[in-house]
Design a protein around this ligand. Structure first.
Ligand code: 5GP
Length: 194
């Protein structure tokens, strides 16, 4: 098991409805030393790629992306905002994202000021389930004419379709832990061998 898999086994809680709770270290209370390890690993996996900007989505992606960015010197972090109104100052890229955890649809927006055809993006997020969040971010990158050099995910739920879909689209998707199966009754979690 790698460092993240070990931490998931130690502190993750499997809930009904295919939800893995990792609030104690990933997306409520945040272990930034763990995020730093994740950044090191992403830097290794995406070595050789030109990456000048990190793109993520609020809220849970922001903390991880910010620490990961320290391993991609010079790359600022841009996060897609979830918005009720469709516009901030009339000049935004926008996509619709269905939330796996909240089951609602939100518009996500990024100001045109912060993404352009010159950008080579690394997309970062905490979880990959059905892939809706990633599809939204990819749509925004495409609207900007930016290139997606890679996608880094902390935890992929490999029994849900997002990972296969994104890999089939041809992207380099690196998930640090891929949960193959999990069981709420026993609390057991199996990982895909990587
Ligand atoms: P997707 O769009 O791939 O279906 O879901 C990704 C988003 O849903 C992530 O950004 C994450 O916030 C949330 N999510 C999906 N599955 C889980 C889960 O098992 N646990 C937690 N805590 N969040 C999840």
């Amino acid at each position: 098991m790698n460092f993240l898999e070990e931490r998931i086994v130690k502190d993750g809680v499997v809930k009904e409805g295919n939800v893995l709770k990792v609030d104690s270290f990933l997306n409520h209370q945040m272990d930034v030393s763990l995020f730093d390890e994740m950044g090191k690993e992403f830097a290794k996996r995406f070595a050789g790629k030109t990456i000048n900007k990190i793109l993520t989505i609020e809220a849970s992606g922001i903390g991880i992306a910010s620490v990961v960015a320290l391993h991609f010197p010079g790359a600022p972090v841009v996060f897609a905002k979830k918005s009720q109104s469709i516009n901030i100052d009339g000049d935004v890229y926008t996509a619709e994202v269905e939330s796996f955890t909240h089951k609602n649809i939100s518009h996500v927006i990024v100001s045109r000021k912060y993404l352009s055809p010159e950008d080579h993006l690394l997309i970062i997020d905490d979880f990959l389930a059905n892939g809706c969040a990633l599809q939204g971010l990819i749509q925004i990158a495409n609207q900007a004419g930016a290139s997606v050099e890679g996608i880094g995910i902390a935890i992929e739920k490999g029994f849900q379709p997002g990972g296969r879909m994104i890999r089939n689209m041809g992207y380099q998707l690196e998930s640090l832990a891929i949960v193959e199966s999990m069981d709420a009754a026993s609390g057991t979690i199996e990982f895909r061998k990587q």
